[in-house]
Design a protein around this ligand. Structure first.
Ligand code: CU
Length: 152
């Protein structure tokens, strides 16, 4: 009985979700780091799950929060963490979950448009090669505990 309910719920939530995003990607846990004082840049983090049977690719990003949005990766160069723009975006295999998180890949924002309030929610639009554009919420979190992300 419980198992039956579980299946019914899964199907229901899948249909509800599919109604919103057609055959799109699942994007979760979006947040943007409050910029450090005097720094006109910050980073967005989120998780992307590809629920489909075809590979896809995040190719570009835009947001109301900044003039310039870039997809970045972190890499070690001579024992120093550096970041680099990913001009070909981020590939996401079928059923893969890609996490953009502090210390790893991220969406970099430059030329910020507004002052960020911690706890406020804004949006970012992700453009996927196959799934197309998706606009998702990102919540501002305080800059503490983000010392892993060095630049500028
Ligand atoms: Cu960066």
């Amino acid at each position: 009985m419980y198992r039956y309910l579980g299946v019914a719920f899964c199907v229901w939530s899948f249909l509800a979700f599919a109604g919103h995003h057609e055959d799109g990607m699942h994007v979760m846990n979006g947040w943007v780091k409050e910029p450090l004082p005097g720094v006109d840049a910050t980073a967005v983090y989120l998780s992307i799950h590809n629920p489909r049977k075809v590979p896809d690719r995040l190719i570009s990003v835009s947001t109301e929060l900044a003039q310039i949005s870039e997809i970045h990766e972190m890499l070690m160069v001579d024992n120093v963490m550096k970041m680099r723009r990913l001009d070909s975006g981020i590939a996401i295999a079928p059923d893969e979950l890609v996490r953009l998180e502090p210390g790893g890949s991220h969406i970099m924002l430059f030329d910020l448009n507004k002052s960020f309030q911690v706890g406020e929610t804004y949006t970012v639009t992700l453009d996927f090669e196959r799934a197309g554009k998706m606009t998702v919420p990102i919540t501002v979190k305080a800059a503490v505990d983000s010392a892993q992300h060095h630049h500028h």
